[in-house]
Design a protein around this ligand. Sequence first.
Ligand code: PEP
Ligand code: MN
Length: 372
Amino acid sequence: MIVILDPQLGRDSPQTKVILDYLRAAPGITPKIHQVTGAQQVLTEIYLVGDTSILDRADIEALSGVSRVVKVSRAYAVLGRHAGDSRSYGFDYNGVTFNQDNLNLFAGLCAVDTRAHVEAMLKAAADAGLNCTRMGAYKPRTNPYSFQGHGAACLPWVFELAGKYGIKVVAMEITHDNHIDEINDALRDAGHPTGVMLQVGTRNTQNFELLKACGRQSAFPVLLKRGFGITLEESLNAAEYLASEGNRKVIFCLRGMKTNMGDPHRNFVDFSHVPVIHRLTHMPVCIDPSHSVGNRDRAPDGLLDLFHATAQGIIAGANMVLIDFHPNPATALVDGPQALTLDELAHYIQDIQIARQAYLKRRQLPGQKKRP
Ligand code: PEP
Ligand code: MN
């Protein structure tokens, strides 16, 4: 159950205290207070943990200062869509809006290697009108002898270059909670030239301590990759870990499932789940065609499988694309074989626009029922 307070009530107001005292008096119920910062106002919500069947919704709604009470299903209490739940979701971060209705493209390097490559990538992104990118500094590698990423050492110049090219958000995977502090410190020392979206990779989808650490902070939004060998429900519960700790700025990323049934793709492309996640939760949905397809093979129609998979996700309503590019894939230290080249960026964006227009037209077809 979620108790939504009147907009003007802050977490420390006397009226909020009266409401909290009332709720705490109910046996076995623990109220957890959340502050939600929207575009217009800050909303205070109280999440009730425990057996809420003993509570009378009308009694709570009658309390002065309570705007309304939403009954939630047990799963995904914070991120899930619940009956009668008309709360507005989506968020702004560093001037970029993320929600279930728009689309942002994060084209960039799988792994940061040289300054020249980072600069060439960011210049190409800026020239193409993009304001988001991906840059891997901490790389989780299968083989311990493979390049592990430059780590904190590259953050100062990556952030400086991102600022130089007007990049607002850099998606960056972290594999340990101390990477959050390293990123925070580097951004501060550089004077906040850009912003960072923390990425939790598929190998860490159920690293609950890392999720809790990302959830406890609210400086950065989080991109959570679906676990490659677990159910969708398990991955959505992992996302809920982030939100249950207080960070609701969460984007869910489909990146393919590990099974040889997807051969010759690196993973089995799972973008048909885009609308499923829209239906079950409020999260914007990202697709990662690079780590799903994993190659540069081309269909007889002339289009790369990477382009086809991207279009399939976009036409289903995806809200973000995370895609590997590289100025010189042959020299890339990680995932060169799946990287698009800079001269393919304009074509890629055009193809995305075609698929996006088609999706928007599909939404207008007569007979479509708008969601509540
Ligand atoms: C990545 O995006 O660089 C990555 C390692 O992805 P995943 O966690 O999906 O394998
Ligand atoms: Mn990669």
